[in-house]
Design a protein around this ligand. Sequence first.
Ligand code: UGA
Length: 450
Amino acid sequence: MKISIVGSGYVGLITGISLSSLGHRITCIENNKDKVFAINNGKSPFYEPGVDLALKSAIKKGLLQATESLKEGVINSDITIIAVGTPTIDNKIDLTFVKKASEEIGRALRESKKYHVVTVKSTVLPGVTEQVVKPIIEKFSGKSIGEYGLCMSPEFLSEGTAIKDAQEPDRIVIGQYDDKSGMEFAKIYNGSKAPIIFTNLWTAELTKYTANSLLATLISFSNEIARIAEATGKVDILEVWKGVHLDKRLSPINGRVRIKPGVLKFILSGCGYGGSCFPKDTKAIASYADELGIETSLIKSVIEINNTQPIRTVKLLEDVLGKNLAGKKIAVLGLTFKPDTDDLRESPAFPIINELLSEGAIVFGHDPGAYKEGVPPQLSNLGISLANSTEEALKNADGVIVVTSWKEYTQLTPKFFKENMKLPVVIDARRIYNRSSFTNAGVIYKGIGL
Ligand code: UGA
């Protein structure tokens, strides 16, 4: 099938690549001409493991191309997927890009004679597809449902594993305005083994927010328990989670084999969640509930715990170095919101760094992915030095906070910290090191939940 995708950000481009692997012809519509040029030359505008290789292969097979012309892309396709950004402004979802895409799609459809399905893949609140997208498309196309189709199908991929997540989805949720829309759109998944859930537009929209809010809730719950563990002075939260994870309802036993579900990754304590999804989606669903008159005290607490969790790592550092960090050199290892991405959005590294700077510390940051292709503005104006190696970041440091669990950091030894730092004070914000081997080696080791 011929599919056009409006927006070549994370969701748009990865969706395009994965659908091309099912044999579809994809046109990525993007108004940033540098991105169009990069994509057509097999270079992804963002970093993601495996994306360049997969993109080049799709282009080589003649299955993917990018264009600035929305009209051309829409008219020459059977299905158009809206995958533009939905940022938050004042805790509310900003639909500017969704509205603009809907208008332009509507104008293009006015000139098309065949049945065309429009599917929203951007994360939007319940009601947006029916109450915002549909009227705009109808106004500008002059068509009504039946002449065109309308679906909402959320994306569940994670950064760092996006290609695999998109090519082998665990489920496909298709919210359909009517049966015909859903049946036509589902054809793009012919050959996929994933279960398809057909539902209405509103349910599909709420499914996405629920999935992300649940994971964010598990993280904040884990961090709240970590605070209790820390306050006792007697408990290591990792041992608590070991005991909890082995509940057979969380990790079932199949014969003699213990299954370790991926969700357990979210029932662990750390310095909080970041990224472009959890922070934005939890805030958006809470303010949507407010509008409905529903009190979401749980989700609001999840947000509040996450807002305060990062700077608890600085308190752990102060427990060792004292309250006055003025003039002390502190290294921060990991600036991205998670490993295997160059994405800095809402990274817990920022509140940590700002707290350190406000206390007068001299901060050296390091990250294997965040500034590989040049220093982004979020980092250039931060007031920290960016190190080219972990050695450089740690050299003569009075303390280090390890914020992101990049593989490169998980492999660092106590000896390495001792040899490079002035004072080997290691704050493990992701609990990636073996506590006893660090303390036995003479490192002053502190971590979340200890
Ligand atoms: C998340 C969801 O996991 C995806 O299912 C969803 O499709 C995506 O958002 C989206 O809405 O687009 P992503 O933001 O890429 O994916 O990253 P995650 O791996 O879920 O991690 C999110 C944050 O939670 C990271 O900052 C990570 O460090 C943090 N986290 C994760 C914790 O703080 N503790 C944990 O135990 C696990």
